[in-house]
Design a protein around this ligand. Sequence first.
Ligand code: GAL
Length: 714
Amino acid sequence: MKQLKKLFFCVLFVAILPAVKAQEVSWSEVQPGIWKAVIGQPEKYDLLTASGAQPNKEALAKIGTAPFPLAKSDIEFKVVDGKTYLRFPLQQKEQLYGFGLNFQTVHQRGKILELHVDHYDGQDNGRTHAPTPFYISSNGYGVFVNSARYIKVWAGSGVRKDSPDFPTPTDRNTDKDWAARPYSDAVEILVPAAGVEVYVFGGPKPLDAVKRYNLMNGGGYLPPRWGLGFTQRVMASSTAGDVENEVKAFEEKGYPLDFVGLEPGWQSKSYPGTFEWDKSRFPEPSVFVRKMLDKQIRLNLWINPYVSPEAPFYKEIRPFTSSHTVWLGLIPDFNIPKARELFFGQLQKDQVDIGVSGYKIDEVDGFDYYLWPDVATFPSGISAEQMRQTYGLLAMRYSAEMFKKLNRRTFGLVRASNGGGTSFPYVIYNDYYDHKDFVTALVNSGFTGTLWTPEVRASDTGEEWLRRFQSNVFSPMAMINAWASGTKPWTYPEVEKQIKEYALLRMKMMPYWYTEFAKYHFEGIPPFRAMNLEDGFNQEVTKETLMKVDLEKNPYAEATTREVKDQYMAGEYLLVAPMFTGEKSRKVVLPKGNWYDFYTGKLAGNGEVISITPGLDIIPVFVKDGGIIPMMPALLHAPKPGDKVDLEVRHYGEKAGVYKLYDDDGETFNFEKGAMSWREIKVERQANGQLKGAISAPEKGKPNTIGKVKFVFF
Ligand code: GAL
């Protein structure tokens, strides 16, 4: 008996041991500079299978390989109790960015986050529209956890007793520097699954890791030119006649407009939806859509994917939907081909085929009390948790296919994305409305492979209206969302003139925006991104104690250093520093090198913190030395395929410069088959000391939308 008992414990011990011991993991370089490790038994359904993301191998090969950025022996993985524990080392002074679309913070080291798709609710706690399990280190590498689970992250907060950097405990009674959060030397991650795939992205710079991550997911989407113009979303109950009048008003007043968003009222019923036109408001949808297209106005339709009992395909789709409902509507299981065929088939035949250009996919994010609970089931067998983490990805993926089939590019809005979603034609928005936090989201979007619009809805004052509008013009989608307010660009007469100027500036800058989005697609460089990804940006310049430590209020409070979350890079050369209501002046951190005022060309500074007092008319924008900004005339609509537009190429500063200007038909996917070109714009200093600009000749047989080219030296 004793022997048996001994044997039993022996077996038990052996059985337990491998479960808690760190696994030896082998890293394989799956793309140049990208390594993958397979831990335990990864689940079949993950972020990359849901998104269907395919790497852009050619572009990745161009960047080439890099050394593995971490000491492999410092990375630890374990499967414990059916869950995966991951541990990645951190160095002193290393800062972390990413971990999803955050709205209030850029520095993530020290945070504890539960990455969970949700509507943002005012706190950076991991619950957000795109809780991408991807982080970037200031030391120049990235890590992605390919799991569609609610992942918990301790981004440098736990301290292990065997840590090689174990801090020396001090006595709080006597030590003024006693820290409530002792130094932690690791990122630790809990994935509630018995295995997972992990990817590491090499540098050497943080931006290189970001580029590799984006390219592994296919690169950013190249929007149609019209997608980068101006868009107005009309009131929810607008009729075809109302829309026509609104379009006419834009035209008559000389405001640019490329697409109009119809909100829930285009459907015969919404919340849940029928996905059919409301014939009392839109009696002849195809005539209406055609009329709009003839005026160069596209239509974007609001939907949420929850199916009303009155939808024409309700009965047929019912077996392919969740056990639960959202607003009493069926939740299609987009993992099932039949569900997709029925749902997107309806959109295709009723809307896309008659010329509708895109969608706004609402409420695929949260809140918890609207969406399905984690105990809901789906007929594909994918759990409710995994569906929550990927529903936005699935909706984007399969809606984009409708347009791809027709060789038409689209550009729309969505409220949820996740890892793997880089290449989808959607910009994230939400119902939150804090201007400063909207700008911080723009800063963070570049760390998450997403695009974000700080949309403008309504404002208390003309000043606020203008300040919000100015930031919006320097974002992926320039938009007024007037679904409830009915606002128009000219609603605040005291700032009408300035609003119009900025709306027109958006149009003038279209060649620049279009090229910068092409770089997102072909090179993985986010068009809108944090200062931390910029060469010559030195966090140390900003070192200042922000927080007065108040132990009365918080006995664990500590002083922190300032993070730069109110300015960002827009494309290769521009630094945007928005102004907020009530502020007359602000500080701007300029990276090393000369920076010039975008409007006047005046030297602004070099590697320093400047204070500016720009006035209400101006959103401060600075241009890097040698910066080249191609601009076109202020058209009211994006140029049509085949149209030629003249260019004004602006050059800033002293340095010579080169800019690769992207060109194609602006609307189809023919660029994927080579119908595109990069024209080289060069500004050089001549023997007489003067700057001179030139553009390379158009390539034979390639689309060419460029007319006359004029250079302006600032
Ligand atoms: C919200 C959405 C708004 C608007 C509204 C219409 O959920 O965020 O932008 O579309 O629905 O009901």
